[in-house]
Design a protein around this ligand. Structure first.
Ligand code: KG4
Ligand code: ZN
Length: 383
């Protein structure tokens, strides 16, 4: 059974985790930077890098202590090399390389996006059986093939995990990621950053049928997504209400927006199951923490006899346990584990390629802080 220390610094979470055999989380410690970035309405890359530098070693120490593991016991150190913010990735990879060198351990470079899929394998004492509140289900024996829907702040992708470490891309967003749409709409409604959890909370008090919003690409028969039009529809709705002097019920808008996103995500995920013939669906990434989505997925899965694997919320958002988890399966598959020096890949895509030029930024979150998306985009252009 491998024992891996996973490290994650690709955006605004500094995380370290010790995972046994790719599934059993002995400890996962995550220092969130959300309070630093909140006042800017999004992640400011330079501030993120500096905070990773400060938080990295204390987080690693705490993860090892909580897991009661000495560095000597580790089989490997795994670290995110992309996609993500270039400066934030550099801090993590440089620190991970140093630890691996000092401890004489193998170093495993990990694709953050693919690692989100491996959150579905993680077990911890807090996992629970599916219930009306849509919580995830503990699936200690989960095995490929299965369909995975990755819904985060930078990505919305459907893929089939055909066998371990082989992800076949099926569809992705053509514009905004689902989390990015949550963040942008939350800003529009004055709900602050990050937007997803705020809309999730408010939606519980609103009427999801109050405002008729489009379900983009729902009827096109494909597996791609588009979320930018939803924000525009809300902008028009708000402008029209203002013109007519009508009051705006923010909870109703939040609930209606969330319902539109959830409808599309659920429909496309189940379409992917039909097209691939898979009977298991994993849903991960920050937006998979959304209670409305979890409830809708649980209901549809029960109706269609599909096995659903939704990690508990802390393994849906960015965390190092998923990095250590994927690293175990990469090592088991005999993937080369030592690249010295490690190269960061800010635009890494599913399957190891890069996002084509002209597509949205690898981790382009809604708002993204003052100029952060622009800066990342121009950095990409310079490469
Ligand atoms: O996976 P993640 O932590 O980071 C990325 O890899 O992007 O995802 C962050 C995204 C943010 O856009 C955040 O607003 C969204 O996940 N999110 C949620 C919820 N919690 C986080 N969206 C909807 N409902 C939530 N409860
Ligand atoms: Zn992520």
């Amino acid at each position: 059974m491998s024992l891996v220390l996973g490290l994650e610094t690709s955006c605004d979470e500094t995380s370290a985790a010790v995972v046994e055999g790719g599934r059993k989380v002995l400890a996962c410690v995550t220092a969130s930077q959300v309070d630093i970035h909140r006042r800017y309405g999004g992640v400011v890359p330079e501030l993120a890098s500096r905070r990773h530098l400060e938080a990295f070693l204390p987080v690693v120490d705490e993860a090892l202590t909580r897991a009661a593991v000495s560095p000597l016991d580790l089989d490997a150190v795994a670290v995110t090399v992309g996609p993500g913010l270039a400066g934030a990735l550099v801090v993590g990879t440089a620190a991970a390389s140093s630890l691996a060198l000092a401890w004489k351990k193998r170093l495993v470079p990990v694709n953050h996006l693919e690692a989100h899929a491996y959150a579905a394998f993680l077990e911890s004492a807090e996992d629970a059986a599916p219930s009306a509140d849509g919580r995830g289900r503990r699936l200690p024996d989960l095995e490929p093939p299965f369909v995975v829907l990755i819904v985060s702040g930078g990505h919305t992708s459907l893929a089939e995990l055909t066998r371990h470490v082989e992800l076949r891309p099926l569809g992705e967003t053509r514009d905004d990621a689902a989390g990015e749409a949550f963040d942008k709409v939350a800003r529009l409604l004055g709900l602050g950053y990050p937007g997803g959890p705020a809309i999730d909370r408010l939606a519980a008090e609103g009427d999801p049928a109050a405002v008729a919003l489009p379900r983009p690409l729902l009827k096109d028969g494909g597996l791609d997504f588009s979320f930018s039009g939803l924000k525009t529809a809300l902008v028009y709705h708000l402008a029209a209400a203002r013109e007519r002097g009508e009051p705006v019920e923010v909870a109703d808008l939040a609930a209606s927006f969330q319902a539109a996103v959830v409808d599309v995500l659920v429909e496309k995920a189940f379409r992917a199951l039909r097209l691939t013939g898979c009977s298991t669906l994993a849903v991960t990434g920050g937006v998979a923490a959304n209670r409305g989505l979890r409830r809708a997925l649980a209901a549809r899965a029960a109706q269609e006899g599909v096995t659903l694997a939704v990690p508990e919320p802390r393994y849906c958002t960015d965390n190092a346990a998923m990095i250590a988890g994927l690293a175990h399966f990469l090592l088991a598959a005999g993937r080369p584990s030592f690249e010295e020096p490690l190269r960061v890949e800010p635009s890494l895509a599913l399957g190891g390629g890069r996002k084509p030029r002209g597509r949205r930024g690898a981790r382009g979150r809604g708002g993204g802080g003052p100029g952060s998306q622009r800066r990342e985009a121009s950095a990409r252009r310079r490469r």
